[in-house]
Design a protein around this ligand. Structure first.
Ligand code: NAP
Length: 226
């Protein structure tokens, strides 16, 4: 499949690298490719600049958000939640129309420090905001409840049987997304329902953030025992 991963951060890199490894034709999307490649400093989280990752992954193209989305069959939103609307607007409504839009972003507001708060919650979600703003895209919220490396390598945990959630209005788009999740190695996928159920998945973030501090690692996940 031709896949656009919008976002050049650690999540975009993890997803783009794994999708390319699985044989997909992958383009990462950014605001300004030349500017992104020219960065030499680590990002705010201390991750190395995108160029280093790109050099190690020559099969992944880098393009503007719009070019990446235009050439894709499926688009992934891996941008910061606070700018997701801006990034998707730059990607272009027409370039998203009719396509599966896998949304892994979290509506985090870090302006008051750690832990961040949610800028939308309880009665609405970022996933729904994106679906309303881009009604012709088929938004599927998923993977936002685990750290980047576990998204694409769930067997990194010795008990690989942990849970990933999907929310979305379009049944076929969810099936396409679930097939991708299974290709990553996920075995326990729970379909929560329509895109309004993204409220549930997004509001797991406050407990996820406290757990990261309590267990002193981001390498953990929720497992729904039933
Ligand atoms: P991030 O730092 O949250 O976002 C990086 C992306 O945001 C870059 O591609 C950047 O564009 C874009 N961006 C920044 N400002 C922008 C603006 N004003 N307009 C348009 N785009 C802008 O990256 P991340 O840490 O990889 O996280 C990506 C998403 O995944 C977030 O929503 C996060 O909450 C979610 N998530 C993260 C994890 C994790 O393990 N970190 C786990 C689950 C979910 P440029 O490429 O042009 O710089």
């Amino acid at each position: 499949m031709r896949i656009a991963v919008l976002g050049t951060g650690m999540v975009g890199q993890a997803l783009a690298g794994r999708l390319a490894e699985l044989g997909h034709e992958v383009t990462t999307g950014t605001r300004d490719p030349a500017d992104t490649l020219a960065r030499t400093e680590p990002d705010a989280m201390g991750n190395p600049p995108y160029r280093e990752w790109a050099d190690a992954h020559p099969q992944v193209r880098l393009a503007t958000f719009a070019e990446a989305a235009a050439g894709a069959d499926l688009v992934v939103n891996a941008t910061s939640g606070q700018v997701s609307m801006a990034a998707l607007t730059a990607a272009g409504r027409d370039n998203l129309a009719g396509k599966v839009l896998v949304d892994v972003a979290n509506p985090l507001d870090s302006s008051a420090g750690f832990p961040p708060t949610l800028f939308v919650k309880d009665t609405y979600s970022l996933g729904e905001q994106i679906q309303v703003a881009f009604p012709e895209a088929k938004v599927v919220k998923t993977l936002n409840t685990m750290t980047a490396s576990l998204m694409v390598h769930p067997t990194q945990l010795s008990d690989g049987e942990h849970t990933v959630f999907v929310s979305g209005n379009d049944v076929d788009a969810k099936q396409t997304t679930i097939a991708l999740l299974e290709s990553f190695g996920h075995t326990d996928v729970i379909d929560l329902g329509d895109i309004s159920t993204a409220r549930g998945a997004e509001t797991l973030l406050p407990i996820w953030l406290r757990l990261m501090t309590a267990v002193n690692t981001p390498i953990f996940n929720f497992k729904i025992v039933r």
